[in-house]
Each structure stands twice: as structure tokens, then as C-alpha cells.
Ligand binder design. Structure first.
Ligand code: ADP
Ligand code: ZN
Length: 215
């Protein structure tokens, strides 16, 4: 079973949804977006700083983001494998991760890229709802909850993320194209990149990727 995985792809490609399925393999899910949203909810200094970038669709500065990932990846529960979702997003982050993962002897084994066209991304993000309590993802058309506006898992209210609006989404896509997409070349050169078309839907995607990870 492959472990120590990076999930890459534009906002709305389905990284979070896939990650939540893959944790059934015992991998620890590390989402920098979730970590920032948690800090915002708790009103910490980190949260206040992160919010000023996130709501408009900008990236949180590298030193801050690299710092929280370093701390998280060094924890004992990552020993059996981790799944990075939303990190790295810039070249300095990727370089810091290369260095760190070697230092702590937890090298990245595979980078999974989820491809998706821009029109579909915008459709997905504008219809996305998340549970206010547990963060579970839904979509008003594609992934409806059993009961409108209520989380199937915990019964919490479903809300729209502050950055899931048209303006912020445009900015997020620009950051993706200029800063994150070039990392695909970086990982292709390192030789551990695989790509999947996320248009196949989350169940099929999970089946195919599970098969690949088990090999
Ligand atoms: P999505 O993949 O849908 O854009 P995420 O939950 O991964 O959403 O991230 C939400 C926001 O959190 C990003 O738009 C960015 O502002 C911030 N963020 C998350 N990860 C990083 C990162 N690695 N570097 C900088 N900012 C980040
Ligand atoms: Zn919930």
C-alpha cells in the first residue's frame, strides 16, 4: 500500500471529497485549508491572519503555511502515512516539503493530480455546501444531503464557504494557474506524478485510485 501522498488539483477538483474517502486506508488527512478554517473558527492569531487572505481567494504566505505543515507532519500519527490536501501550492512550499519529508524520514511516495476543466470547477464551487460542524462536503445538485441544508453525518447546518463566491473563485483559479500548476512539472521530473480526470465522478475516482494505491 502506497503512503505519504500529495493530492493536487485546482479548487473544486474534488481533493477534499476524495481525501475523506481515502482515510479509510488509515492515512492521516492533512488539509491546510481545513487547518486554516479551524483556526478562523477558534479566533486564534493564525486564524485572523489566514482569514485576511482566504476570503478574497489569495494564498496565505508561505512561511506561515510551511510552519503549520512542518508541525503537523512531525506528529507521531503521521508515521503510518499521510495524505496532503492543498499543500504544496507554491514552489517554495514544495521545496520545503522535499527537505522536511527527508529529514523526518517520511518521503513522498506519490503525487495524485486531479484534472478538471474550468467551467466544471466553477459549477462545482458555486454549488458547494459544507457542514458547519464537521466540514463534510456536499453539492446542491451532485451530492445532495438526505435532508435539505442538514449534514447526513452529524446533523449540523450546511453553509457556503466565504471564498466560494465568483470573485474569490476567479482569484483562486489565477493563483492555481500561475503558482500551483507549475508544480506538476516539478513532480513529473521527480517521477512520482499520476493524473486522473475528476470528471469521472467521486465514486469511480475513489475506486480507481484505491486500486492504484494498493499495487
Ligand atoms: P480549495 O482547494 O477549494 O481552494 P482549500 O480548502 O484547500 O480550498 O483552501 C482554501 C484557502 O486556504 C485557499 O484559497 C488559500 O487561501 C488557503 N490555503 C490553503 N492551503 C494553502 C497553501 N498550501 N498555501 C497558501 N494558502 C493556502
Ligand atoms: Zn456534519
Amino acid at each position: 500500500m502506497k503512503k505519504n501522498i500529495i493530492l493536487m488539483g485546482p479548487p473544486g477538483a474534488g481533493k477534499g471529497t476524495l481525501a475523506k474517502k481515502l482515510i479509510s486506508f488509515g492515512l492521516v488527512h492533512i488539509s491546510t485549508g481545513d487547518m486554516f478554517r479551524e483556526a478562523i473558527k477558534e479566533g486564534t492569531e493564525l486564524g485572523k491572519l489566514a482569514k485576511s487572505f482566504i476570503d478574497d481567494g489569495h494564498l496565505v504566505p508561505d512561511d506561515v503555511t510551511i510552519g503549520i505543515v512542518k508541525e503537523r507532519l512531525s506528529k507521531p500519527d503521521c508515521e503510518n502515512g499521510f495524505l496532503l490536501d492543498g499543500f504544496p501550492r507554491t514552489l517554495p512550499q514544495a521545496e520545503a516539503l522535499e527537505k522536511l519529508s527527508k529529514e523526518i524520514n517520511r518521503p513522498i511516495e506519490v503525487v495524485i493530480n486531479l484534472d478538471c476543466d474550468e467551467e466544471e470547477l466553477i459549477r462545482r464551487v458555486s454549488g458547494r455546501r459544507v457542514c458547519k460542524n464537521c466540514g463534510a462536503p456536499y453539492h446542491i445538485v451532485n451530492m445532495k444531503p438526505n435532508k435539505d441544508g442538514i449534514c447526513d453525518i452529524c446533523g449540523g447546518p450546511l453553509i457556503q464557504r466565504a471564498d466560494d463566491n465568483e470573485e474569490a473563485m476567479k482569484v483562486r483559479l489565477q493563483h492555481y494557474v500561475s503558482q500551483t500548476k507549475p508544480l506538476l512539472d516539478y513532480y513529473a521530473k521527480l517521477g512520482n506524478l499520476v493524473s486522473y480526470n475528476s470528471l469521472m465522478g467521486s465514486d469511480k475516482l475513489f475506486d480507481e485510485i484505491s486500486e492504484f494505491l494498493k499495487k
